[in-house]
Write a protein that binds this ligand. Structure first.
Ligand SMILES: [Zn+2]
Length: 309
């Protein structure tokens, strides 16, 4: 995929294309914004556009030369995407430093995309900072995060920050159309997706439909039953359930304010005030954040089961 095929994110695309055109490419970039809005796709496209062998395509990737194809398939030794599990440790950054000590062999520019860069431990961040301070020539690092606040200020100061926004529903509609999603559900999903294409695609899976029912049931259950429900799910499903529950409360709020809602059949056992609904939304947000960071998981789920109204 080249820049012209990416739907949405006009500002980042414009900035990056201008930098290629004017030969002002930085060593460090920090792509930040919500999850599932196209940060990694844009980063990969940027890498292709820089390294594309077709001279006439100097602004955008051709997608058919050897460099473009190898980058797409992650088969070029000068390009890598680092995807951390729990954290990015100092040993990984030291190994990166060794790999980036020499000029690129196959590409014009050697590039590492580091996903979830907020998972860099502090020692790893400091080691990485040293690489950014004395960058080897023709190398580039693109850090990607949805939690900008968790990135050390020293790292931020060495990177060019590129902000990504939530996609508009009409942009999600266009992407879903490309994925050949049936027309009759595209509109509904594009609104429920809350600006994230990853979330839109997830909403279309049969597992999510099952979770959607679980979310509705969850609100009517006792704290003990709720705890049993969440404990039977894996951590990804727990996070997804939280988003769905949050969406139900958001709908209750919309209903209260007389705005049109997404989930038509939502009823609670008792009428909640606006403050009570907002309180429940806050609990969901806090729980989601804690689960994302793997902090006091059981306690958070207990609090959620007990305190949601
Ligand atoms: Zn190319």
């Amino acid at each position: 995929m080249s820049f012209k095929d990416i739907i949405g994110q006009e500002v980042p695309k414009k900035i990056l294309l201008a930098q290629i055109r004017e030969d002002r490419i930085a060593t460090g970039y920090l792509f930040y914004g919500p999850e599932g809005v196209g940060k990694t796709l844009t980063a990969k496209t940027f890498v292709k556009a820089i390294n594309c062998e077709e001279v006439k395509h100097f602004e955008d990737s051709c997608d058919s030369c050897q460099a473009c194809k190898e980058i797409d398939a992650l088969r070029n030794p000068d390009f890598e995407i680092i995807i951390p599990e729990q954290s990015i440790k100092i040993s990984q950054i030291r190994a990166l430093k060794v790999r980036y000590a020499y000029k690129p062999t196959w590409l014009k520019m050697r590039v590492a995309i580091i996903k979830d860069a907020d998972k860099l431990t502090e020692p790893a961040s400091n080691a990485f900072l040293k690489i950014l301070e004395e960058p080897p020539s023709r190398t580039m690092f693109i850090l990607i995060t949805s939690r900008l606040a968790a990135i050390l200020p020293t790292i931020k100061s060495r990177c060019q920050e590129i902000k990504f926004r939530r996609l508009k529903p009409e942009e999600i509609e266009k992407i879903l159309h490309k994925h050949q999603v049936p027309k009759q559900i595209i509109h509904k999903v594009s609104i429920q997706a809350n600006g994230s294409i990853t979330r839109a695609l997830k909403l279309l899976s049969p597992e999510t439909e099952k979770l959607q029912n679980t979310a509705t049931q969850f609100l009517h259950r006792s704290p003990l039953e709720r705890m049993q429900i969440v404990e039977e799910l894996d951590s990804l499903e727990q996070k997804e359930l939280l988003l769905l529950i949050q969406e139900l409360y958001a709908d209750l709020l919309r209903k209260k304010l007389g705005v049109s809602i997404k989930n038509k059949n939502i009823e609670l056992k008792k009428e909640l005030s606006i403050e009570e609904i907002l309180h429940s939304i806050t609990i969901c947000e806090q729980a989601f954040y804690a689960l994302s960071r793997n902090v006091q998981k059981r306690f958070i789920l207990y609090k959620l089961s007990k305190e949601l109204l």
